[in-house]
Design a protein around this ligand. Sequence first.
Ligand SMILES: NC(=O)c1ccc[n+]([C@@H]2O[C@H](COP(=O)([O-])OP(=O)(O)OC[C@H]3O[C@@H](n4cnc5c(N)ncnc54)[C@H](O)[C@@H]3O)[C@@H](O)[C@H]2O)c1
Ligand SMILES: [Zn+2]
Length: 359
Amino acid sequence: MEIKAETETYPLYLGSGLLARAGAILREEGLTGKVLVVTNPTVGAFYLAVVVKALAEAGFDVQTVTIPDGEVYKRLDQLTKVYDAAVVGCLERDSTILALGGGVIGDLAGFAAATYLRGVRLVQVPTSLLAQVDSSIGGKVAVNHREGKNLIGSFYQPSVVLSDLEVLTTLNEREFKTGLAEIIKVGLIGDCTLDAFLRQHSTAVRRREPEALLEIIARACAFKAQVVTEDVREKGRRAILNYGHTIGHALEAETGYTVYRHGEAVAIGMAAAAAISVELGLATPELSRATLEVLTLYELPTTIAGIPAEQLLARMAWDKKVKNGRLRLVLSPRVGDVLVKDDVPPELILAVLRRMGAA
Ligand SMILES: NC(=O)c1ccc[n+]([C@@H]2O[C@H](COP(=O)([O-])OP(=O)(O)OC[C@H]3O[C@@H](n4cnc5c(N)ncnc54)[C@H](O)[C@@H]3O)[C@@H](O)[C@H]2O)c1
Ligand SMILES: [Zn+2]
């Protein structure tokens, strides 16, 4: 797949056995010289050796740096470790930083690549389902600040993305499902064929059968690529990708990022967005039914267990403050379509949240 971002275009490879071919592919894509591989101990234990071997065999000068596993390590002091490794390894402007891991490693290594020497080459090798369909595409890179997620970041496009389906076999069930939530989102906001596939082939998807995974990942990547191409710097259309996210982010933040995986919070957020759309008369109750149906098929949560609705609304308002405007919600008139509203009455949002179990 070719992904266009402003003046640049970069290839996304999607298939099985790509890690072992990483060196050859990067050569074909014109990369040479030094590669600094950034990973974490979990992913590294499975895949670092095969990637390092593949790169070395293709003539790359390979170095590695390992960041502890977890969202809490997506922060400045760990970024410093990557810069230190880059200095020690004498990376040059045409050198490459390769992110081998989920979205945490992708975002952190991506920000390092964007800033070290004002930019070295970046290769994304996403290993979680979420990273394959979401964070590795679109060029957003960042680390967290203690006051908020992704506050320090940039837009920086990779030179190559390598998504190997085989790595998904070692992903635990919960992480797999969190990635599925983003794929379900794409079906709900814009790709009816994907939505239908997810409903018809849930057994194959949940068994992680390669053909089923290829179909849904390729569709989700193509959709995201198309949206970000139209709006590289997130000024407009890209907002539709935030379907389910305003409420999802509020849930994650309100529970200190310890209760919900991102996709779980987004699943609840999508159930809420559908209910709000119905309540506003923008959609028929069929939208809520169909949304709950597909989320339940994949055992994703759709209720809010006792979290105070007022607090969630306040968190959503914080989002609003950051964006310097009114509270904008991505809603939906029907499966496969979205619209953005900035005049939803807060009482209506509170009522929906309470109906979903919020206190
Ligand atoms: N840049 C973007 O556009 C964008 C978009 C969405 C999310 N994000 C960011 O992505 C992050 C979330 O990404 P994530 O869900 O991948 O989390 P993650 O990177 O923490 O990975 C989830 C867990 O799975 C493990 N893992 C990853 N691949 C594995 C594999 N193949 N086998 C076994 N274990 C594996 C990781 O070690 C980790 O424990 C967040 O920080 C979020 O802000 C960024
Ligand atoms: Zn998301």
